[in-house]
Design a protein around this ligand. Sequence first.
Ligand SMILES: [Zn+2]
Length: 79
Amino acid sequence: MRFEYVCRYCKRPIGAVDAANWTYADAVQRLGLHHLDSDHQRDVIQSRAGDVQIQTVCEACEQAVAMNPELLIEGNVIQ
Ligand SMILES: [Zn+2]
């Protein structure tokens, strides 16, 4: 499986991990997502044909949100 990290705000690809022999459960463990409850996991992890997309926040959006926390409430980050 291929695991792609994508920013949840700007949809920019952040990185990818190729781990052909990982199962979905391995990935959840190794990527540190096991502490999320299953609803949150489903929100963060989206599997598509042959690969898995993991929603995260890129540095630019993290900074934007840190400076303007109200952007989070809006649910969108305008860049
Ligand atoms: Zn971003």
